[in-house]
Structure formats: structure tokens, C-alpha cells
Design a protein around this ligand. Sequence first.
Ligand SMILES: Cc1cc2nc3c(=O)[nH]c(=O)nc-3n(C[C@H](O)[C@H](O)[C@H](O)COP(=O)(O)OP(=O)(O)OC[C@H]3O[C@@H](n4cnc5c(N)ncnc54)[C@H](O)[C@@H]3O)c2cc1C
Length: 412
Amino acid sequence: MTESHAFDVAVIGAGPAGSTVAALLARAGLRVAIVERERMPRFHVGESLMPETYWVFKRLGVLETLKASNFPRKYSVQFVNDRGKESVPFYFFEMNPHESAITWQVWRADFDRMLLDRALADGARLFAPFNVIDLLSDGDQVHGLVARSNDDGDETRLELRARIVVDASGLSSFLARRFAVRREDPLLRKAAVWTYYRGAHRDPGIDEGATIILHTREKKAWFWYIPLPDDVVSVGVVSDVDYLLRNRGTPGEIFAEEVANCAAVERRLRVGRPTGQFYVAREFSYTTDRPAGPGWMLVGDALGFVDPIYSSGVFLALKSGELAADAILDAFRAQDFRPERLAAWVPGYRRGVAAIRRLVLAFYTREFSFGRFIRAYPQHRKRLVDLLIGNVFQDDVHRIFDDMSRFVDLPE
Ligand SMILES: Cc1cc2nc3c(=O)[nH]c(=O)nc-3n(C[C@H](O)[C@H](O)[C@H](O)COP(=O)(O)OP(=O)(O)OC[C@H]3O[C@@H](n4cnc5c(N)ncnc54)[C@H](O)[C@@H]3O)c2cc1C
């Protein structure tokens, strides 16, 4: 059976990027469909937020829901070096004494469902579980999508006509693969293995919800340590894909070997109980050559993904969703849907993302130390915190790289 519908905008994916675009467009009066292949809520990695998410939450109207949630408050990020030396936590409010400096560690199933509910309350319509499998197009011009039900035994095929298809399909990057505009980042060929512990160590007071980033011996890999609700901790190890996954054992064995290479993680996990399930992700860093075309545009991870280290993914998904929604509203007002107009926000956005990427490259440079850099150039501390909170869409933040480039080669 084929169902056909017409919308102004069809969004692929109900993650943070898709729900943000959909909410902002639907509340402005456009007819918006979201097509999601999973049944929501669904599991997703990426639990630690960046403080600058605050402003998008405020605009979406979800701050009160977040404040009333049981998600741990995140005041800081702390680094532990390869010799086990723990940095003083970088408290975001020190440089930015405002409630936006405090953010959350979230279960993505609940968080993404909350954002989707916001979009549905604003008037978007959800089709789930429907897997987008094709486009409706006429030459280069896209004017809709085709999806198939993901429910066993359900043969429903969906045809949605739309003026614009927004791809918010995350790392699966449906449109970017279709149009062959996805380009892997040759400097960031990373992989991750992660799991969840119950009852593992938490620091007291406001440090309880801190993200901790811990290097393993000889800086061969690093761990994230993210406290979640119900006494659960998300803990994952990231390194070069060849080192982490080639000729190694099962994900559980790799994880255990890397824990043995990191006394500071081992000490924290020793008092907890593993949940036993392991997850793997690989080669997730990439960019895209074209952010938009006739009748389509990309947002969130579908537009590009840098690296998990600074927890920037959800923030960039929200931010690009917001910027894309404004561009789409502008296009509808002007009845001008040229790709240059739809993507007018992308160069400024990408400049901010490039700053995060340069800080990522610094982190992965063996001889570089943020502690030593800040001791040598204390005037950059505010800029470093700006990068860590996501305040990257302003020119001043880039000045940190004038001096950082003296220590480390940081390609644009
Ligand atoms: C190992 C790792 C750790 C990370 N840790 C963090 C972190 O701590 N903090 C952080 O902020 N970010 C983190 N991230 C990044 C974060 O997970 C993403 O940046 C974020 O989820 C992007 O949101 P999105 O809406 O673009 O895509 P997603 O959240 O991935 O949503 C995309 C949605 O599209 C759906 N979809 C895909 N294809 C189709 C299709 N064909 N048809 C229909 N639906 C489809 C998917 O089911 C999914 O629900 C991490 C990433 C990795 C790889």
C-alpha cells in the first residue's frame, strides 16, 4: 500500500537536529513531516552536552523541562593526563557567570524524545518507524522522499512531496551518500568502544556531574567518563581506528585492556558493576562538500561530524538545526529556494566548527599539553573555555590559535 502526503518540508531523522528544524518551522506555520526509521524513544550515544546548547533550548522552550529532569548537572570538564595527573576542573561559570554555564548529562533516548515531543506539540507530524529509501526528483531537483515501514509485516510505502527535504539522518548521512558529497577526515580516523557502569565512582558536590577526559598510558587512547541518572556512568575509549580495532579481541576485551592502561579509570570503575553490553563506532569524522542543493539541505551530523572529545555533536546538531530553520523560513518568505540562499549560514557555521576541529587536533598531538599552554599564555584561558562551552561563532575565539600554532601544527 502506498500512502501519499504533501508537506512544505520533510525532515529525515528525529534526532536533535531534525526535531529542532521541525519545531521551529512548524511553529512558524509551515507543514512539516519528520520521518524516523526507529521507534522513538531509541538508544543513542552522545550523552554529554555543551553549555551553549542553552540558547537553543531557550528558543525551543524546553529549558524548564530540562531543569525539572533528573539529568545530572554538568558544571565542568576535567582532564587527566597519561601519567594520571588530574587537572583542576574547567568550571564553565568561572568565565561566564550565568545559568547558561551549567548544562546536563542526558540519556539520549529521553532527551531526543523530549525534543521530538516539542516538535510535535509545535505541529510537526511524525512518521515512524519509516526508513527513507529514496528521493522523489526530477533531474537535480528534489521534491520529496520515499520511505518504507520498518515494522515487520507492514508493507506500507510512504511518498512525501515537499518543497525542501532536510537531511538530519545523522552519521548515516542519507543525502550526502546519495549525492557523493561525503568526505572522510583523513586526520581523524578514530573509533570508539563504550559501555555503561552502575555504582562507579562519582566525585562529590558540583563535580558529581563533571565530564572527565582521561588519557591512557603514552596517550595512545582516551576515555570519556560521563555520569548519568540512576547512578549510571557512560564510559568509552577512543583512539585511531587501526590501534583500537585491528587484530584485537572482542569489544569487551579491548575495553578491559584499555582500562588496564589507565589507572585513573580503573580506580573509578573498580567500585562499580559493568552492565555487560559493549558498543562500537568507527570512522565517524567527516565533512560534506555541498551543504544544500535544489530542494535539499543537510543539518547536524548529516552535514559533518568532528569528534566526540569535546561533546560538541549535540550542540552542533541543535545549532545547525536552528540556523537551517531560519534560512528555510527566509526562503519561504521570499519564495526563493536557491541552494545559495538555503546555505547562506553555512560558511559562518563552518568557521566555528573549524575552531573546534583545530582544538581536537591539538588534543591528539602527543607532545601538546593544554596545561603547559595555558601556563605560558594565561591570556587565552577565556578563549579556551569559550571553545569548551561552544561559544565558537565569534571571531575572537580564533585568536587562541595564533599562539597555539607555535606549539603544534594545526592545519585549517
Ligand atoms: C562515540 C561517540 C560519542 C559521542 N559523544 C557525544 C557526547 O558526549 N556529546 C555530544 O554532544 N555528542 C556526542 N557525539 C555526537 C552525537 O551523538 C551526535 O553529534 C548527535 O547525535 C547528532 O544529532 P543528529 O540529530 O544530527 O543525528 P542523530 O542523533 O544521529 O539522529 C539521526 C536520526 O536519523 C535517523 N535515520 C537515519 N537514517 C534514516 C533513514 N534513512 N530514514 C529515517 N530515519 C533515519 C536515525 O535513526 C536517528 O534517529 C558522539 C558521537 C560518537 C560517535
